[in-house]
Design a protein around this ligand. Structure first.
Ligand code: CUA
Length: 227
C-alpha cells in the first residue's frame, strides 16, 4: 500500500509487476545516461569561446547522432514489446472475476459460481479502528486465492472507469458495452489496494478496489460458506 511519502513504485506482489519494475528501471537508466551526456555537451557549448568561420555541414557527426539514438530506441522498444506480450498472456486461469464499474462503486461477480456477486462501496474513515484505511477501504472486499492464475473481466454500466491495482501490475479500462480481459497472479497473502484511474465524475476518487489474497484452502471455504 502506498503512503504519502512513497514517490516510487509500490512493491510488487505479482510476477508481472516485477517485470514492469525491471523495465522501468532499465528505461530510467538509459534516460539518466542521455540526460548526463546531453547536459555535458550543452554546458560545453555554452561556456566556450570557439568560433568556426567555415562551418557549413558535418556529414559524419550527423550520421553518428542519427544512428546512436536509433540503437538506443531499439534497446527500449524490444523489452517493451516483450513486456506487452507477457502482460497479455493468459495461461489456464483457475477462476474468473468480473469487475463492473459504476458511478461510483465497483461490483463483482464470480462467474464460476452461482450467486456469488456483490457491490463494493468505499467506507467512512474510522480513526479509532487501526485496520481502517482512509479512502481505500471498502465494505465488501474481493477475495482471491494466491498463487493462482486469475482471469479478470472488466466492464462498466455508465461511464468509463479503470480497474487499477499498482502492486499487481493491473490497469485496465472499464467501458460500457465492452468486455475487457486481463489476468492476475498474486504471489503472497495480504491486502492489495487500487483506485479507479479514469476520470469518471464527481466521486472518481472514492471508488477504491480492495483485494484480500488468501490461501486456496481458505478461498474454497469462503466460497462454500457464501450466502
Ligand atoms: Cu470510476 Cu474514476
Amino acid at each position: 500500500m502506498a503512503t504519502w511519502s512513497n514517490f516510487n513504485l509500490q512493491n510488487s506482489a505479482s510476477p508481472l509487476m516485477e517485470q514492469i519494475i525491471f523495465f522501468h528501471d532499465h528505461t530510467l537508466i538509459i534516460l539518466i545516461m542521455i540526460t548526463i551526456l546531453v547536459g555535458y555537451l550543452m554546458m560545453n557549448l555554452f561556456f566556450n569561446t570557439y568560433i568556426n568561420r567555415f562551418l557549413l555541414e558535418g556529414q559524419m557527426i550527423e550520421l553518428i547522432w542519427t544512428i546512436i539514438p536509433t540503437i538506443t530506441l531499439i534497446f527500449i522498444a524490444l523489452p517493451s514489446l516483450r513486456l506487452l506480450y507477457l502482460l497479455d498472456e493468459l495461461n489456464n486461469p483457475l477462476i474468473t472475476l468480473k469487475s463492473i464499474g459504476h458511478q461510483w462503486y465497483w461490483s463483482y461477480e464470480y462467474s464460476d459460481f452461482t450467486n456469488v456477486e456483490f457491490d463494493s462501496y468505499m467506507t467512512n474513515y474510522d480513526q479509532s479502528n487501526i485496520n481502517n484505511f482512509r479512502l481505500l477501504d471498502v465494505d465488501n472486499r474481493i477475495i482471491l486465492p494466491m498463487n493462482n492464475q486469475i482471469r479478470i473481466m472488466v466492464t462498466a454500466t455508465d461511464v468509463i472507469h479503470s480497474w487499477t491495482i499498482p502492486s499487481l501490475g493491473v490497469k485496465i479500462d472499464a467501458n460500457p458495452g465492452r468486455l475487457n480481459q486481463t489476468n492476475l497472479f498474486i504471489n503472497r497473502p495480504g491486502i492489495f489496494f487500487g483506485q479507479c484511474s479514469e476520470i469518471c465524475g464527481a466521486n472518481h476518487s472514492f471508488m477504491p478496489i480492495m483485494i484480500e489474497s488468501i490461501s486456496i484452502k481458505n478461498f474454497i471455504n469462503w466460497i462454500n460458506n457464501y450466502s
